[in-house]
Design a protein around this ligand. Structure first.
Ligand SMILES: Cc1cc2nc3c(=O)[nH]c(=O)nc-3n(C[C@H](O)[C@H](O)[C@H](O)COP(=O)(O)OP(=O)(O)OC[C@H]3O[C@@H](n4cnc5c(N)ncnc54)[C@H](O)[C@@H]3O)c2cc1C
Length: 382
């Protein structure tokens, strides 16, 4: 039975290991993780962990006896290089791990911005980030001022949680509309009022030049429009893909690890989750969704166990809980695809819209309408 080395102990890495055992793969499975805690789920970090509804124990991916059942050797270290031919991963400690197959699942990390006080600003990517920010939000006098730089999905979710703690929240968005780059102008315009209804002060077209920290621990946030003070600053400026350790590997790591239709970057070398640039409906792309990481892991385990020779295929799914609303999306539309409202109304704050390109359905997005979204799955398989 093959020995498998998985680099990255997030959702994609952990689920690959779990699924390998489900397929009765009995070889040694080693997970190299640069994070101390065992595997955990990230979506709740900016939602229920920040708001205090869940604890870090609640979001473990290996509850009860799941860790023992997976029979995984968990190595807390940092992978620094990969030799794809020898299938050898070298670690920062100097140790090397050789497998019959390697799974690259190193995900992404929060983008940091070149602000003077960046080290004192918060980001939300890890369990430690989220618990530190939650402690800060709890320890502040209410209301204090929380400034969030970036109005994307994470920024909006953090803003929601900060409001729930009773703080005054300002979101500074650099673009004309938050989420426009991902969802297109029409849908971004429909979603824009949500922030206001949740009591969040969303300011668009605000390019932040610098953030500095005074002796009293408060911040000055400088934009082209002027300077505002803040008690807490959170930066939600997107993510960077963790591929630096692969730069000498000879693999194509331009915007993630390029993989073929079986999620292979080279013979015996798979990539999964946020780090993988895979084939999705005719184009090679990276999609940073929970469901994609989960489906990659399921597929890789099947492929490694010899249970499938089919190409990987999936229907992308994404959700976000922000400003008291639930946004869900099926598919992976382009921002300039045509949009049509097909169900509900903007006034009712409950609707479904379709994205189309050249007449073909590319995506379905729903606001506060999970039932209709689930029913829309059939439209893609037709
Ligand atoms: C705050 C937050 C909220 C989110 N909310 C949603 C949501 O609502 N809906 C949704 O669909 N998706 C959401 N996502 C995205 C989803 O969580 C990710 O798509 C998913 O976690 C990707 O899993 P992964 O295993 O590919 O990467 P990760 O979970 O990032 O795991 C990668 C792991 O590899 C480690 N690593 C990196 N480099 C090395 C190295 N050299 N050596 C060893 N280890 C290394 C990393 O530290 C990390 O532990 C959210 C993400 C975040 C951060």
């Amino acid at each position: 039975m093959p020995d498998i080395v998985i680099v990255g102990g997030g959702l994609a890495g952990w689920r690959t290991a779990e699924n390998l055992r489900r397929h009765d793969v009995t070889g040694r499975i080693t997970i190299v993780s640069n994070e101390e805690p065992g595997p955990y789920d990230r979506p709740p970090l900016s939602k229920q962990i920040l708001s205090g509804k869940l604890t870090l124990d609640d979001i473990s991916l290996a509850k009860g006896d799941a860790f023992d059942a997976a029979d995984v050797t968990w190595v807390t270290d940092v992978a620094v290089s990969l030799d794809p031919e020898a299938k050898r991963v070298t670690l920062k400690s100097g140790e090397s791990l050789v497998g019959d197959a390697i799974v690259i699942a190193t995900g992404t990390r929060a983008r940091r911005l070149p602000f003077a006080a960046m080290d004192h600003c918060h980001v939300v990517r890890t369990a430690s980030d989220a618990s530190t920010l939650r402690e800060r939000l709890i320890s502040l006098d209410v209301p204090s001022r929380v400034v969030i730089i970036g109005g994307g999905f994470i920024g909006a979710e953090v803003a929601t949680a900060a409001r729930q703690h009773g703080h005054d929240v300002i979101v500074l968005e650099g673009q004309v509309r938050p989420l426009e780059g991902v969802l297109g102008t029409t849908v971004a315009t429909w979603l824009q009022p949500l922030a206001g209804t949740a009591g969040v002060d969303l300011r668009v077209n605000q390019l932040v030049r610098d953030v500095t920290r005074g002796d009293d621990g408060t911040f000055d946030v400088a934009t082209e429009a002027g300077t505002m003070t803040a008690d807490v600053v959170v930066v939600g400026a997107g993510a960077l893909v963790n591929t630096e350790w692969l730069h000498a590997s000879g693999l194509d790591v331009t915007n993630g690890v390029a993989v073929d239709k079986h999620l292979l970057a080279a013979p015996g070398i798979y990539a999964a989750g946020d780090v993988a640039r895979f084939w999705y409906h005719g184009e090679q792309t990276r999609i940073e969704h929970w469901q994609i990481a989960n489906d990659h892991a399921t597929y890789i385990a099947q492929h490694l166990a010899g249970r499938t020779t089919e190409e990987f295929s999936t229907l992308a799914y994404f959700w976000s809980d922000q400003y008291g609303a639930k946004i869900q999306m099926l598919g992976h539309p382009h921002r300039d695809d045509e949009v049509e409202l097909v169900n509900g109304s903007l006034e009712a704050n409950k609707w479904v819209a379709h994205y189309r390109r050249d007449g073909e359905l590319t995506g379905v997005i729903a606001l506060n309408n999970p039932r209709e979204l689930i029913l829309s799955r059939n439209l893609f398989s037709a």
